[in-house]
Design a protein around this ligand. Structure first.
Ligand SMILES: [Zn+2]
Length: 117
């Protein structure tokens, strides 16, 4: 399994908006399973995910990987769609629409002038 590594800087912005989740990983030590510690990008709120052995413990809630998949996958899919839309809106609409509006109004006024004059 690939371990996710990040810079873990506080208040690092994401392209889709918001702060990047800070990710800390601990390898398996003896009988202790490996775990991820996910921290909020803006404060010290955290979430612990202990994994290995076919089970997943998220903040003390133990469940099979399959059980977690059933719960989390639909949420993550929905989130991915929303993130795409938000990214699309924030990246294209605010900047380009203004530019287009300016261009369109210039073109439109030019046409009006053209037809009027
Ligand atoms: Zn926070």
């Amino acid at each position: 399994m690939k371990v996710i590594k990040r810079s873990n800087k506080m208040a690092k912005s994401r392209p889709e908006g918001g702060w990047e989740i800070r990710v800390f990983h601990r390898k398996a030590i003896g009988k202790r399973n490996p775990r991820y510690l996910l921290k909020c990008g803006c404060c010290n709120e955290q979430l612990e995910i202990v994994y290995g052995g076919g089970s997943l413990e998220i903040n003390g809630v133990m469940g099979s990987v399959e059980d977690w998949r059933e719960i989390l996958l639909p949420l993550l899919k929905v989130h991915a769609r929303r993130a795409k839309i938000q990214k699309h809106r924030s990246a294209i609409v605010p900047q380009d629409t203004n530019n287009r509006r300016i261009r369109q109004s210039r073109v439109a006024s030019g046409r009006r002038r053209g037809t009027a004059g």
